[in-house]
Design a protein around this ligand. Structure first.
Ligand SMILES: [Zn+2]
Ligand SMILES: [Zn+2]
Length: 372
């Protein structure tokens, strides 16, 4: 279980903070930590905490419950109706704060649906070449009984009497700087401007029901571990006809058994013997398109690099451009030799005029041979 967060500490406000203080603190932290703007590792986790704290403290009723009973009072580890993993995009949050409100043009609008995240695993080859995948996931769709209105068939939602159907409450106050107009979402209709008096029985007034959705996702060539593909409007549809959120497909790539990937470059380490390095040989190099023969020239030194141009990974954003496959030659010195191999190498040393350690295959062996 995660350690208990103190929501006030998370937002850096006093327990006596006003709603405006909380909103201001959240806006500042969101600018700093929202994953759309901050790509540092841990930013997403931090933002989730900030968002969770804000969701509770910005709601007077839940804030009161939290003040009295702590997090446990909000219902176990999950807060009903709130998933800290689902949060709006950076611009959505800023729309919520500034969206026309500053200009006085805020309109009654239904709540947008949540963003969704889908974790998709693909093979190394699929990541390099690109692919198309069919994914299946549970999602809210428009309720067919009420066609998304949330009202029982035959009835209509009525205009909210608290805000006159505008979805917002305006308060005007005079200050030294002039007249200030404060616009907030109507608490009674939650900014929608309409109230469902007789809820649809299928969706209980939500205007949406959960179902399984199948979607084809095209994965571009060159995608890498940790990349996300954003499909706008493919997330959950909103409550009572609100706009849909985005679907984020988080891509995970299974590593290749022999090739290492560094961005658009591929690296292969080829083991060859001393003799192969000295005399030259042809080896098989694994590539994304299968094994390819590669000539190792006579006299190749340990650590030598042979570059196979264009055999790497396509650039995600520059079409037609590809990285290279780098083959590093690793010359392996044999640790065990047969008697015959030792004799041949000793002969080689004699020919080259090199002094070598007296091998156990020398005099002792000859004595043993003579006796045996
Ligand atoms: Zn319905
Ligand atoms: Zn209202």
């Amino acid at each position: 279980m995660a350690t208990e967060l103190d929501y006030y500490t998370t937002l850096g406000v006093e327990r006596s903070a006003t709603d405006a203080d909380i909103k201001k603190a959240f806006r500042k932290l969101a600018q700093q930590w929202h994953p759309d703007v901050n790509t540092e590792p841990g930013a997403q986790e931090r933002f989730k905490e900030i968002n969770e704290a804000y969701q509770v403290l910005s709601d007077p009723q839940r804030r009161q419950t939290y003040d009295m009973f702590g997090r446990a009072g909000l219902g176990g580890d999950g807060n009903p109706g709130f998933d800290p993993n689902n949060f709006g995009s950076f611009s959505d949050i800023f729309d919520a704060f500034f969206g026309g409100a500053a200009a006085g043009g805020r309109r009654a609008h239904p709540t947008a649906g949540s963003d969704l995240r889908y974790d998709l695993r693909i093979s190394f080859e699929e990541a390099v070449r690109g692919t198309e995948k069919e994914i299946e996931f549970p999602v809210y769709g428009r309720c067919e009984t009420c066609e998304g209105s949330g009202a029982k068939p035959g009835t209509q939602p009525v205009a909210c009497d608290n805000c006159g159907g505008r979805g917002e409450i305006r308060t005007t106050r005079r200050t030294m700087l002039g007249q200030m107009v404060n616009v907030t979402a109507c608490p009674k209709c939650k900014g929608e401007g309409k109230i469902v008096t007789e809820p649809c029985e299928t969706c209980h007034g939500e205007g949406r029901t959960e179902r399984t959705r199948t979607l084809r996702v095209s994965i571009p060539a060159g995608i890498d571990e940790g990349h996300q593909i954003r499909l706008s409007n493919e997330g959950e549809i909103g409550v009572r006809g609100g706009p849909a959120g985005s679907l984020y497909v988080a891509v995970h790539v299974t590593p290749h058994p022999a090739l290492r990937r560094e961005g658009t470059e591929l690296v292969y380490e080829a083991d060859i013997s001393i003799v192969q390095a000295a005399l030259g040989t042809t080896i098989a190099v694994p590539t994304v398109d299968g094994d390819e023969p590669l000539e190792i020239k006579a006299g190749t030194q340990p650590g030598a690099e042979i570059r196979l141009r264009g055999k790497g990974v396509p650039h995600l954003r520059r079409t037609g451009s590809k990285g290279d496959l780098h083959v590093f030659v690793n010359v392996v010195v044999p640790a065990k030799l047969t008697k015959r191999q030792r004799e041949i190498l000793a002969e080689y040393a004699a020919e080259a005029g090199e002094s070598v350690a007296a091998s156990p295959g020398g005099i002792l062996d000859k004595v043993r041979d003579a006796l045996g």
